[in-house]
Structures are given as structure tokens and as C-alpha cells.
Design a protein around this ligand. Structure first.
Ligand SMILES: [Zn+2]
Ligand SMILES: [Zn+2]
Length: 356
């Protein structure tokens, strides 16, 4: 087992240039953006194709950022899916025919309908509601986004944008909402949000970022499980049978107590570490322990029993490691279960974990 050289921070250069470190970085299901310091994700959905996310301002501020997105290439159908819907993609694949082009959504009609409905509700409640739309424009480095900015006032006020991206086929609606008096703050947050927002990745790795965790996961892995507790974060991603498991414990000095790193990891690892090759390495200047080897027959049987585990890319190998970041007082563990065809996954993921 080759000992790793000290890892380089992949994100550091870009981050330092773009914004001060204290800004809140949010990444979820391929969407990422930055907000002022101390904002927190307060609601999210697990679905990648049709999802939502809410991020709240700290303290007593009523400012909040709301996002919804859907995959225009996989429209939500009314009524039960037909056989055509299931079979057509298989035949296209078989005949090597390209997927039909995704039709452009009438963004204006959609946002107008939303605002009209809101106005109606406001009228019923005997309150005022006014909204305005800007003209549709192209945005992004390659003009990949067709976007319309909008704003409204009523009970509170909001400033947002609806767009369709021709690269990832997502339709996203995002807005900053607050009290009527918050106009200046809403504008400031909206300009930071839209200047930093990406709806797809350029390098093939989605940034998953919340509660100070920042980690890059290959975009074809799907979030399978999450546990987001104060003091403990756990995310499991899957691609066929392959898994990436990320754990982070807070207050490392208290949590780990008198356990060594290796003992703590052995107690929390997905598999028994006994027969795996281990070495010590350094991750971002922190001491780390690292294990790699074949998954035992017992572990494979357990995976087979697990109904969720796909036979596609069935994992036969394990790689995992743990480090303590003294700077943030946190413990990070990254484990991967991968098939023989996949190489270097653990390094790719840990290289993209920003611990401090
Ligand atoms: Zn996109
Ligand atoms: Zn660190």
C-alpha cells in the first residue's frame, strides 16, 4: 500500500480569491452558492430531479433563501406512467439514437402564473400584492441559462430569479424573502446568491456543503442516507452498489476522549478493519489513519442481503480513513466501497474535503 503524499487543498486557491472565508458555503444535489456568514440550511429534500432547499439567516432575522428545482428532461407526468415512458429510453439506447432535445419551458408563463396565484391569495386576505418581471435574458459563461428576474411586495417582499439551464436541463426558481423593511438586505443577499450560484458542476464533482462540511462527491453518486445532528453529520452516497460514506463528529477533543484515532475509527467503520492493510498519512497537515483491502466474504454477503445494494458496480474493495482537524476541532471519516473497475475514489473525495 503506497503511502500518500501530503494532500493539496483543491478548493483553497479559488475560495481565497472569490470570497472571504467566513461566508456560508451551501452545496446540495449539484446546486451550490454562497451566502453571508452563519446562514443555515433549515429544510431540504432528498430527491435530485425534483427538489427544494431552504436556508435561513442567523439570529432573529427573518431573511430566508428558498430554492426549488426540477429536471426538465424528466418532466413530472400527470397520471400513471405508460409503457412508452418506460420503454422508449431503452429502445433509443439500443438503437443509439440521441435523446430527443429537451423542449424549452415557457419560463415567463410559469412565473406569471405563480405570481398571479399569490396575488389572488393576497387579495382574499385583503392585503396588497405587487410584482414585476424583467425581460428574459441569457446568462452564464456560455449563455447556457435563460433567465427572468422578478420581485414582489405583499406580506413581506421577495427578489428572485427563474431559469432553465441548457447544460443540465434544470429549471430553478430561487428567491430571497424577508420583511418589507428588509429591502436593502434582500438585494444584497440576492446579488451574492446569484453571483455565486451554480446549478451543475464543471469538474464532475458535486460540492456537498452544509453546517461547515464541504466535500466533493462524483456527480453520478446519489445521496442515499443522511443524519444531520448537531455534533454529528453522516452522509451515504451510492452509485450502483458502490458507496461513499462520510462521517463528521464535532467537539473532537471531547467526543473521542481517550480513544486513539484508530480505535475510534474501528468502532465506527462500516466493515471490520482487522484484515485490512493500514498506514498512517497526513491529510491537510493532520495525522490520519488509512485502511484498504478486499471486502471480506462476510461483508459482501451483508451487502448482497441489503436490498438497496445494486448488483451493478458491486463493490469488492474497501478504502477508508479518519483524521482529526485540530483547527476546527472535528473528526472526519471517509469510507468508500468500490468495484474493481473504480480506482482512486477515496483520494478523489478526501482531496475535496475542506476541514478548516
Ligand atoms: Zn446547469
Ligand atoms: Zn483541518
Amino acid at each position: 500500500m503506497a503511502v500518500q503524499v501530503q494532500k493539496q487543498k483543491v478548493f483553497e486557491a479559488a475560495e481565497a480569491e472569490e470570497t472571504p472565508q467566513t461566508d456560508t458555503v451551501v452545496g446540495w444535489q449539484g446546486i451550490r452558492f454562497q451566502l453571508p456568514p452563519e446562514w443555515n440550511v433549515s429544510a431540504f429534500s432528498m430527491d435530485r430531479d425534483n427538489g427544494s432547499l431552504r436556508v435561513d439567516a442567523p439570529g432573529s432575522s427573518s431573511l430566508t433563501v428558498q430554492l426549488r428545482w426540477m429536471n426538465a428532461a424528466k418532466p413530472q407526468r400527470e397520471g400513471p406512467p405508460t409503457a412508452y415512458h418506460y420503454l422508449a429510453p431503452l429502445f433509443r439506447k439500443w438503437l443509439r439514437r440521441p435523446e430527443p432535445a429537451v423542449p424549452k419551458t415557457d419560463l415567463k408563463a410559469n412565473i406569471e402564473r405563480i405570481l398571479k396565484e399569490t396575488a389572488k391569495t393576497a387579495k382574499k386576505a385583503k392585503s396588497t400584492f405587487e410584482s414585476s418581471l424583467r425581460t428574459e435574458k441569457l446568462e452564464g459563461p456560455d449563455d447556457e441559462r435563460t433567465a427572468i428576474n422578478f420581485s414582489w411586495t405583499g406580506v413581506g417582499r421577495g427578489q428572485g430569479k427563474i431559469w432553465q439551464c441548457s447544460v443540465c436541463n434544470r429549471i430553478v426558481i430561487a428567491q430571497v424573502v424577508g420583511l418589507s423593511k428588509d429591502q436593502a438586505a434582500i438585494s444584497a443577499v440576492a446579488s451574492q446568491l446569484f453571483a455565486t450560484l451554480h446549478d451543475h458542476t464543471a469538474d464532475g464533482f458535486d460540492l456537498w456543503a452544509l453546517y461547515d462540511l464541504q466535500i466533493g462527491i462524483p456527480e453520478d453518486f446519489r445521496l442515499e442516507e443522511q443524519k444531520l445532528l448537531s455534533g454529528y453529520l453522516h452522509l451515504t452516497f451510492a452509485r450502483g452498489g458502490e458507496k461513499i460514506i462520510v462521517d463528521r463528529w464535532g467537539l473532537a477533543n471531547v467526543t473521542r476522549k481517550k480513544f486513539s484515532l484508530a480505535d475510534w475509527f474501528a468502532n465506527n467503520a462500516f466493515v471490520s478493519l482487522k484484515r485490512l492493510a493500514s498506514d498512517e498519512e497526513t491529510i491537510y497537515d493532520h495525522d490520519a489513519v488509512h485502511y484498504a483491502g478486499k471486502l471480506s466474504l462476510f461483508a459482501r454477503l451483508r451487502l448482497l442481503r441489503d436490498a438497496k445494494t445494486s448488483l451493478r458496480r458491486f463493490p469488492t474493495r474497501y478504502e477508508g480513513g479518519i483524521w482529526e482537524c485540530a483547527d476546527s476541532n472535528k473528526l472526519y471519516a471517509v469510507q468508500v466501497l468500490h468495484s474493481r473497475k473504480t480506482e482512486g475514489l477515496w483520494d478523489e473525495v478526501t482531496d475535496r474535503c475542506v476541514c478548516h
